[in-house]
Design a protein. Structure first.
Lengths: 316, 296, 391
């Protein structure tokens, strides 16, 4: 087998699909962490988004109440709302009640893991599939050789995820809101002195983080896999948190990390499919190993937000 | 609810007054299984088996407690020990090969309690342990022969969990079956190294399709996403353990189904005649423990 | 000096007295769970009494609670050291696996060597050496695995949250590989291929623990093992280490203020590595103790939790509930052990899904950790009151 058999167009397309939930969740987490809130509960929020988004679409399609596209939009909205609510809860716990963030995040994770499975078993039972976001066909573009398969034959949510990368970078770097987020994460005392409402900014970012985590879950359950199963995310939320550190809290670098991780994963699947004789344990390990190694050799590193995990105590 | 309470109360009184009757009453089984009872796979196969026994014997004669989701071996150990110590159960089942050590220890501590565990064939030389397993390679072979004959593209994809136990048996049997019916067909096997990673199993199926597979198969509870991918891309699906026909829809071809009730019935017979274990069972197509189900 | 320690003591007493918010938090968690239970047609009262019965209702239940608490405590001690040293160690799961792999290898190899000694009828000393060396092997492997994350952080600025999350996955695959290869039980190599090691000989097992109360002895018929005692002793030793030795002081100094420590001449990088080394070592002990004390063999279902029971995560929670104090981690671990074991009982008794239990555990964690603010506020009020009195 040659390199042509390994680095096929489909591997790149596969990497882009795999990266989608990571990009959603990690971008959301980037917002939260930039403002100083570490949300370790991303995976739990993803699971709730995945289930509720799925269930909304499932019941709408079963009842025949909506056309397919409308049901999908409905599913996305539900996932966003549930994600926002869980993000709000996380904000309340870690910002208002100043609970230790690492630990409360684990609580949120367990809650989401348990509740999503419970509701699934009560309301759905066994895995059932829905008609999820279909793959799009663009005139001319989709038919392009190689590039067409890699870039122009994905479902809508994949494009939304990638579009969010420049948008997030712009918001964080070029808007007043972004400036406030960075100020609150870097030096909340100074930000407060300048009239920035630390609490409100952190609520906003954690809620945005929750919404994007919810969407990340929905991208699995109604776009990429099109069903729900207990623990559907299989720990992707934790990887997403790790990718935020990988990218040094910069959206472009976070997305690059997600793509690198997913590309190695796609590659190891392809290598196994074409029958390379390597122990599959090592193939599965590869994305994790390479992510660490890549960070070791990454030239430029950014210091983490100074106030990360530190609740803000307003001085008298 | 109230009725049930009253009934329980009466039953409790009855048992309290006439202890001898309780022993002659219903045959009682308790079982642990690592995943959900509706996982369309391994755990469901045992749950369905117990349900089948119950409907055959009647609820008065056969009752069972089932604790699912005990993938943490220690959690299963607590349940098994409690059941064994209570003396309330005629048979205690540990459904999962990871529970072997626990069964081995408990069976020696509670020699009057009958245990069954699988999938394995080791009874530890104890006469109160039944072991059971499934010759999953048999149905795998049948599926493989059909898949080899059906494939148009000559490429078949397999999504496996870890290369162990009945998963390995099924996949090996399937590969042999394809080789027997279609020398030219290629079978690509991917073990994703997890019983639960649905996203990775789904992408493995995508990778198979991208490499030309028009037929997919797989085993264990994480294949559900792969089934969905197959039906979206027009690939046909062969399954094992439990029926996945509802999920696979039009793409479903055939399923090897585990009928644990066949061996459970035999165990119950043994226990009722005073034999608490010592036997090792294998589900096969010949003994009716494995059944092929074909989609409409 | 005297005055300082007095007020420290007072603060600690206040902490005990101020337990009420925790109780309110638990009550809230119970309330929400009750709503969920009622929605599932289950009787909350029966559920909670099942939970209580399952965790402390009998000799066996109590023993199982302590058995569950043991690895959580080991990990919790390590997490305490790491957090005190300013490192967030999410890698308990992977470090447990690394410790178990190394420890079981030592135990298997030395256990083989034990067989001739068996014939010489000299029990005791050599057995103790086997167990001790296995535990040390487990500690060392976990320590190196944790230390690796510390090394990457100190010299390559790789964030330890990232590296430990990744290293967890790598450890699982390593375990799958080894248990399917060189460590595979020779008797499994034929028909079944279940990935597990051979069973440890008795000499390589950690003995079961019973107390000379009653006849038979208390816990004699349970799975309680010596791992619990080892964990408690180590918790006390680590408390002394952190607060009574200069090395411990240096670790805490780095955790409290990295820059100031650096100015004060402390080798910050080395301390970072060292605290992760110790944290990993304790998680490694948790792993090897699970094998030597309970299962007597290492086996995998391919997921980390199947072996660790998520103790690597629960240990984080226990460490923080214990106030990042190794002694405090003891009751915190027992509490979580009881919660987890009791929840399983609730599932058995009422037939409620296991997932409900997971969700309820999450709620308990969130509510209890959220209640801390009320404790802090109250003790702060006390401090300000006493300051005014002093002034």
């Amino acid at each position: 087998m040659g390199l042509d058999d390994i680095f096929t167009a489909s591997v790149f397309a596969s990497a882009i699909r795999l990266a989608t939930p990571y990009i959603f969740a990690a971008l959301g987490e980037t917002f939260a962490q930039r403002s100083g809130v570490l949300n370790l509960g991303v995976d739990g929020i993803m699971l709730m988004g995945a289930f509720t988004g799925f269930y909304a679409v499932f019941s709408a399609q079963q009842a025949g109440a909506m056309s397919e596209p409308v049901s999908l939009v409905f599913g996305v909205l539900v996932a966003l709302i549930i994600g926002a609510l869980m993000g709000l809860a996380m904000a309340f716990v870690s910002v208002t009640l100043k609970a230790k963030q690492g630990i409360s995040g684990i609580g949120v994770y367990l809650f989401g893991l348990g509740l999503s499975e419970l509701l699934f078993q009560q309301w759905v039972g066994t895995p059932k599939s829905v008609s999820g976001f279909p793959r799009l066909n663009f005139p001319v573009l989709t038919d392009l050789p190689v590039l067409g398969e890699i870039l122009f034959h994905h479902n809508l949510l994949v494009y939304v995820a990638f579009a969010l990368v420049p948008i997030s970078a712009y918001v964080l770097n070029n808007t007043t809101f972004g400036l406030m987020i960075r100020a609150v994460g870097q030096n909340p005392e100074a930000a407060d002195a300048m009239g920035v409402n630390v609490t409100r900014v952190r609520y906003a970012t954690t809620t945005i983080g929750g919404m994007l985590a919810g969407l990340a879950g929905a991208s699995l359950s109604i776009a990429l896999i099109n069903l729900f199963q207990q623990n559907l995310t299989a720990g992707q939320g934790f990887i997403a948190v790790a990718l935020v550190y990988f990218g040094g809290w910069r959206p472009w670098a976070v997305a690059a990390g997600a793509l690198l991780f997913s590309f190695v994963n796609a590659l190891q699947l392809q290598i196994k499919v074409i029958g390379a004789d390597i122990p599959s344990e090592f193939a599965v390990m590869a994305p994790y190993v390479i992510t660490i190694i890549a960070l070791v050799f990454a030239a430029k590193r950014q210091e983490q937000p100074t106030a990360l995990t530190r609740p803000y105590e307003r001085g008298e | 609810m109230k009725k049930a309470l009253l009934l329980t109360l009466i039953v409790a009184l009855f048992i309290g007054v006439m202890p001898s009757l309780a022993q002659d009453g219903a045959f009682r089984v308790a079982a642990v299984a690592p995943s959900a009872t509706n996982d369309l796979a391994f755990s469901q196969s045992m749950y369905d088996g117990l349900m089948a026994i119950q409907s055959a014997m009647g609820e008065d004669a056969f009752q069972f407690d089932f604790q699912d989701g005990t993938f943490i071996v220690d959690d299963a150990a607590v349940a098994l020990r409690e059941w064994a110590a209570s003396g309330d159960y005629d048979l205690v089942i540990a459904h999962g090969s990871q529970f072997g050590s626990v069964v081995e220890e408990l069976a020696q501590e509670f020699p009057e309690v009958s245990f069954a565990w699988g999938t394995d064939e080791n009874t530890f030389g104890l006469d109160n342990v039944f072991a059971y397993t499934a010759a999953a390679d048999q149905g795998g072979y049948v599926n493989g022969v059909m898949a080899g004959l059906m494939t148009q593209s000559g490429v078949i994809g397999v999504v496996g969990p870890i290369e162990v136990g009945d998963a390995k048996l099924y996949v090996d049997g399937f590969v042999d079956g394809v080789a027997a019916s279609n020398m030219d067909a290629t079978v690509n096997v991917v073990y994703i190294q997890s019983f639960s990673d649905v996203p990775l199993a789904t992408e493995a199926a995508e990778t198979h399709i991208a490499n030309g597979a028009d037929i997919l198969t797989g085993t264990a509870q994480m294949v559900v996403g792969a089934i969905a991918v197959g039906s979206e891309n027009g690939a046909r699906w062969f399954g094992t353990q439990s029926s996945q026909a509802d999920l696979a829809g039009d793409s479903a071809v055939a399923f090897q189904i585990y009928k644990w009730d066949v061996i459970l019935a035999d165990m119950i017979g043994h226990i009722q005649s005073g034999v608490l274990g010592g036997e090792s069972y294998v589900l096969t197509l010949a003994n009716g423990g494995l059944v092929m189900e074909f989609a409409g | 000096m005297n005055k300082v320690s007095q007020s420290a003591l007072a603060a600690r007493l206040n902490r005990l007295i101020d337990f009420s918010p925790v109780i309110i938090a638990l009550a809230l968690a119970m309330l929400v769970s009750s709503i969920l239970l009622i929605a599932l047609d289950a009787d909350p009262l029966a559920a909670f009494s099942a939970m209580l019965e399952g965790s402390v209702g009998s000799e066996n239940a109590t023993a199982e609670t302590l058995v569950k608490a043991t690895p959580i405590l080991f990990v919790g001690i390590g997490i305490t050291i790491a957090f005190r040293g300013g490192m967030i160690n999410i890698g308990g799961e992977g470090q447990m696996i690394a410790g178990a792999l190394a420890g079981v290898t030592v135990a298997l190899v030395l256990g083989e060597a034990r067989v001739p000694a068996d014939m010489a009828k000299t029990p005791g000393a050599f057995d103790l050496i086997i167990v001790t060396l296995s535990l040390l092997g487990g500690f060392l492997a976990g320590a190196l695995y944790g230390g690796l994350a510390g090394f990457l952080k100190a010299y390559f600025n790789v964030n330890e949250i990232l590296s430990t999350i990744m290293l967890n996955q790598i450890a699982v695959q390593m375990m799958n590989f080894l248990l399917n290869g060189i460590l595979l039980d020779p008797s499994e190599a034929g028909f079944n291929n279940i990935p597990k090691t051979a069973r440890l000989v008795t000499a390589a097992q950690l003995p079961r623990l019973s107390l000379p109360l009653g006849d038979p002895w208390l816990f004699a018929r349970t799975r309680l093992h010596w791992g619990l005692i080892i964990a408690i002793v180590l918790a006390v030793l680590i408390y002394i280490f952190l607060w009574r030795t200069s090395l411990g002081y240096r670790i805490r100094a780095v955790g409290e203020n990295e820059r100031a420590s650096s100015f004060a001449g402390i080798n910050v990088k080395r301390q970072m590595m060292f605290s992760m080394f110790l944290a990993g070592g304790f998680a490694g002990l948790a792993g090897v103790v699970q094998v030597l004390g309970l299962q007597y063999r290492l086996q995998t279902d391919g997921s980390p939790a199947g072996f660790t029971g998520s103790a690597g995560f629960n240990g984080i929670v226990a460490a923080l509930f214990g106030g990042l104090n190794p002694i405090g981690a003891i009751p915190a671990s027992a509490f979580f052990g009881g919660l987890l074991v009791g929840a399983q009982k609730m599932q058995r008794e009422l037939g409620v899904p296991a997932s409900l239990i997971t969700a309820v555990n999450g709620l308990v964690v969130v509510f209890v950790v959220s209640s801390e603010i009320f404790i802090q506020q109250r003790s702060k009020r006390r401090v300000s009151v006493s300051e005014e009195e002093d002034g």
